[in-house]
Write a protein that binds this ligand. Sequence first.
Ligand code: UDX
Length: 446
Amino acid sequence: IPQRPRLTVLGTGYLGATHAVSMAELGYEVLGIDVDESKITKLADGQVPFHEPGLDEMLRRNLATGRLRFTTSYAEAADFGDVHFVCVGTPQKAGSLAADMRYVESAVVSLAPHLTRKALIVGKSTVPVGTAEWVEELVAQHAPAGIGVEVAWNPEFLREGFAVEDTLRPDRLVFGVKSDWAREMLENTYKGVYELGVAEDREVPTVVTDFPTAELVKVAANSYLATKISFINAMAEVSEVAGADVTQLARAIGYDVRIGNKFLRAGVGFGGGCLPKDIRAFQARAEELGVGHALRFLSEVDQINTRRREKAVELTAELVGELAGARIGVLGATFKPNSDDVRDSPAVAVTKLLAEAGAQVTVYDPQGIDNARRALPTVAYATSSVDAIRDADAVVVLTEWEEFRHADPVALGKVVTHRRVVDGRNCLDPAEWRAAGWEYRGMGRA
Ligand code: UDX
């Protein structure tokens, strides 16, 4: 068993690129592979094809040492690697809740025939439970007989905007393995992470388990997080009719350490490339396994989330009277701050609903404009907050970027036609905005 296994990363999207760069940063030799030639060219040239704080610099540093390389050749990957990480996407299938597994299949089937010696194929993508067994079968069918390729499952928990941090300093590692060889291989693969933990006086707990548990950990964690957000958003719905303030309610229940104060921010809800698709794929898989009833609450979680988007539109309509023809300045397009990701973004969804109701919408986002323009080409885009809200009848804040949280309501008040603001993320100080003459509406704040 190599002390410092050579690693390949199959799929250089968000997860793969971050993983490849972070592992190289820890001193491993890493080869990233993708079928998308343009992605590989960019990465090899030191450019990260998405926005992630700190990743660009780390990529260039590790390219310069020669530890990190990129290729489109599976043959080269097979020849190079001891451990092959599968980091391809598992998007929602069109017209269904289920995950589309074609990229996992194609990565494994493309690599396996080229393998010439014992190696470990490690799944990292978020997948339906049972996938690791299926990957094992694919490997048995496509790898040369007798070389003893093994499979392991090692889910990734990184958050966008903190991806490098979460990879280098994970809360925990989960190894789904069938043999001591696979476990030791993973332990050596993550030695750099353990050592960093020791150096920083921080423990990195490891859960060594079977395939299905490792696969489930990931979707269970994301389902829990989505449920926590929808729970507080359900409390927001009740607060709105009861005359309560959900932000104070969240603060009060959050002091109970069993509940905790994280992920209790009420607003326009969750989006992104993970939580929405993961809770849907999980339900689809549970149905297949005959336990659909166990996860029926996740459909409720999804519906609460969708209703909050509609609520933000309602609040805007309430402020302006008639949406048709109203000029609305939207601040925020990404699904969360410090990201350029607009996948399933509540901000884009709300903007679309406003535009469909006839409002004239102009959007500003510090990083997400290019992606938003592609996702929603029918509205106008501005290059600053001030330009987005000029002459607006109402301002709608949909992503809690630092620059919006700290915006000066007095200065912004001079640019708009009517001082009306919908705070879709409860990220502004109502007292401050009201003092500057704004009519303020938050989420779950009667
Ligand atoms: C998530 C998980 O956190 C991560 O562990 C997993 O690996 C991938 O999915 P990410 O999608 O990057 O990460 O975003 P996250 O920070 O979890 O936020 C998800 C969404 O929930 C965002 O749209 C965010 O605005 C929203 N959210 C989060 C809330 O509405 N309220 C909260 O209290 C917290």
